[in-house]
Structures are given as structure tokens and as C-alpha cells.
Write a protein that binds this ligand. Structure first.
Ligand code: PLP
Length: 351
């Protein structure tokens, strides 16, 4: 049980609402291995519809959704998946991809903004010089981009990248773990962003507030093979309608309130920036994440995290900075409490 007064470690720490627990208790269920769970099937249909795809496959984690998505396009060892360095698939999941599918990546540094442009995409998709054959099976992109603070890859840039991939005959997989945050911040429908990818996944268990689950979506013909891979990866989870019931509520209700998380993240960022000038790049705060540079705090990263924890604030780190994430279980009082802790830290530092 977390002992933090305000837990900003991640948007995955939310607890299911009373409505979700009720729906879970009453869910109609069946054996998902046999495709028999009506609540899972409903969630898969609804998820695909919301993001404008033909089919959806409900799986326990975002990692599994990505791994099945990548594997669907990957032809085998000796081939490559192209992506920016530092994305979830090319960092946290790099060994998962190698172990489960033999996937090796061709990466390129995207720089501080986190995503690659059309020119870099063209570079990534060039035929292999040595063999002069096409070896890149897939381009993988991410939106929002977590490693740079939840920034939104602009739709024009995504479209330009997609065009380069189309011209090269390479499909695109979108890690849309937080696609609804990207949609809320850019005023687009999630389906407009998802339209730029052949397959895409999103997490129900992050900003949308479900306890468990992600959905991989794509064309109707991915369905059979995606289901085979889900079983292969140990993801055939029987009466999963219990969790799909919460997922359905998250999918309907979650996207409507993400702008609140974004407003609170901005308020938090502005407040910390006032207390520790130079610690925050406000231009990077576009969705529900705030990255704090501890150089301006005058304490090493881990000591700052420890002091925050002692003051009741849960935080983590990414790319050498403190990461704070707003979510469904953080209200205005939580933001005020977190800012009090940062002020207390400043007093301790004599600032
Ligand atoms: C961008 C991104 N993709 C994928 C994942 C994987 O999701 P999960 O933790 O459900 O495996 C995460 C998790 O934090 C993520 O941030």
C-alpha cells in the first residue's frame, strides 16, 4: 500500500472506481481462450470502433500489445524494426522484443523532442547497403512520447512520416499507450491519429483509469494471428470479462476528463518552476507529465526523490529527470499538497 499523500509516480497507480468494481462484480463472462467471453468481445469491438480500426485484441499489458503488434509485421531474424531511440519499444521493451521475437531495431536519435521527422524516417528505411535488399519490416512510432515528458507528436509530422513509410512499402505500428492524452491535447479524435498506423495499441490502465488491460487494434485480418500470438505469449486469460468490464467504463468515461489531468500538470509545473527557476521547461508540458531538472534543485536525482517521498510525494525518474504524472486519483488538493512539498524542499535548500 502506497504511503504517499499524493502519488505522482505514474498514471498506472489509479484504483478502480466504485462503478468499475460494481461492473466487474456483475460482468457476464466466458472463457476468452475460446473467444467465449461476451464482455471481452464487446470491449474489443468498442475499442476498435473508437480508434477507427476493424479488429481489437484485449491483452493484459501494453507491453504484450506492443509485442504482438510488432511480431505481426516482423518477418524474422535478420530483419529490422525501425524506430526512434528512446521509445518504450526501443528502450524498456528492447530485450522483450529480442527474447520473444528475435527483433533487432534500427534506431536513430530523435533529439530532445522525441519523435523523428520525414527525413530521418527516410534514412531509417533505406535498403540495407551491404546486401542492397529491403530489411526493414516495420516502422514503430509512439504518441504521446513518454520519454520526453508525454509530448504530442504533431499530426502533420505523423502524416509526413507515414507517407515516407507508405512510399517505402513499410507498415507503421503506433504505441498509443496514451493516445487519448494526445487526442485531448491536440483537439483531435483518437481515430484521426490512429489512422496513420496499420496497427496500434492503447492502454486502458493508464490515464483512462482501468486497473488492468490494453487493446491492440488493426485491420480485420490481424485478428486470427494476433489471437494466436496472445495465446503463445501466455495471454489467454480465461474469464477476463471481469477486467474488461472495468475497461469498458474506462474507455467511455476516461477520455472525457484527461484535460483535467493536463491542466493540473501545468499548474504543478508552473508552481515548481516558480520555486526552483530553471527546473522546468514549460514548453514540454503538453499532457499529464512534468519533468523536473534537479540541477536547479541543487540535489542529486535520487536524493531529491527520497526527500519528496519523505514529504509525502511519490515521484519517479526518466532520462535523468524527476517525473511527476497527474491522473484520475490526483485532485486539486493533491496538486496543492505536492506544491507544498516542493516549497518545503526549497526552504530546506535555503532558496
Ligand atoms: C509509451 C508506453 N508504451 C507501452 C507501455 C507498456 O505498458 P504496460 O506497463 O502496461 O506493459 C508503457 C508503460 O508505461 C508506456 O509508457
Amino acid at each position: 500500500m502506497s504511503s504517499f499523500r499524493v502519488d505522482l509516480r505514474s498514471d498506472t497507480v489509479t484504483k478502480p472506481s466504485a462503478a468499475m468494481r460494481k461492473a466487474m462484480a456483475e460482468a457476464e463472462v466466458g472463457d476468452d481462450w475460446y473467444d467465449d467471453d461476451p464482455t471481452v468481445n464487446l470491449l474489443q469491438e468498442r475499442a476498435a470502433e473508437v480508434v477507427g480500426k476493424e479488429a481489437g485484441v484485449f491483452v493484459p499489458t501494453g507491453t504484450m500489445a506492443n509485442q504482438i503488434g510488432l511480431r505481426l509485421h516482423f518477418r524474422g531474424p535478420g530483419h529490422l524494426v525501425a524506430a526512434a531511440a528512446g521509445l518504450h519499444v526501443t528502450s524498456v521493451e528492447v530485450m522483450t522484443a529480442a527474447a520473444l521475437a528475435g527483433i533487432a531495431y534500427r534506431t536513430i536519435e530523435a533529439g530532445p523532442r522525441g519523435w523523428i521527422d520525414a527525413e530521418q524516417t527516410a534514412q531509417l528505411l533505406e535498403p540495407d547497403e551491404f546486401y542492397d535488399v529491403e530489411v526493414v519490416d516495420l516502422l514503430s512510432v509512439e504518441n504521446t512520447v513518454g520519454g520526453v515528458g508525454g509530448r504530442v507528436m504533431p499530426i502533420e509530422e505523423l502524416r509526413a512520416v507515414r507517407k515516407v513509410a507508405d512510399d517505402a512499402g513499410v507498415p507503421v505500428h503506433l504505441d498509443g499507450a496514451r493516445i487519448f492524452n494526445a487526442a485531448a491535447a491536440s483537439g483531435l479524435d483518437a481515430s484521426e491519429i490512429a489512422a496513420e498506423a496499420t496497427t496500434m495499441m492503447f492502454c486502458l490502465s493508464k490515464g483512462l483509469g482501468a486497473p488492468i488491460g490494453s487493446v491492440l487494434c488493426g485491420p480485420a485480418d490481424i485478428g486470427r494471428e494476433a489471437r494466436r500470438l496472445k495465446i503463445l505469449y501466455g495471454g489467454a486469460w480465461r474469464q477476463a470479462g471481469i477486467v474488461a468490464a472495468a475497461g469498458l467504463i474506462a474507455l467511455e468515461e476516461g477520455p472525457k476528463r484527461l484535460h483535467e489531468d493536463h491542466e493540473r500538470a501545468r499548474r504543478l509545473a508552473e508552481g515548481i518552476g516558480e520555486v526552483f527557476p530553471g527546473s522546468i521547461d514549460l514548453d514540454q508540458v503538453e499532457t499529464n507529465m512534468v519533468f523536473v531538472d534537479t540541477e536547479a534543485v541543487g540535489l542529486p536525482l535520487y536524493e531529491t526523490l527520497d526527500r519528496l517521498a519523505a514529504l509525502g510525494v511519490g515521484a519517479t525518474h526518466s532520462g535523468g529527470k524527476i517525473r511527476l504524472v497527474t491522473h484520475l486519483d490526483v485532485d486539486d488538493a493533491g496538486i496543492a499538497g505536492a506544491l507544498d512539498a516542493w516549497r518545503e524542499l526549497a526552504t530546506e535548500r535555503g532558496i
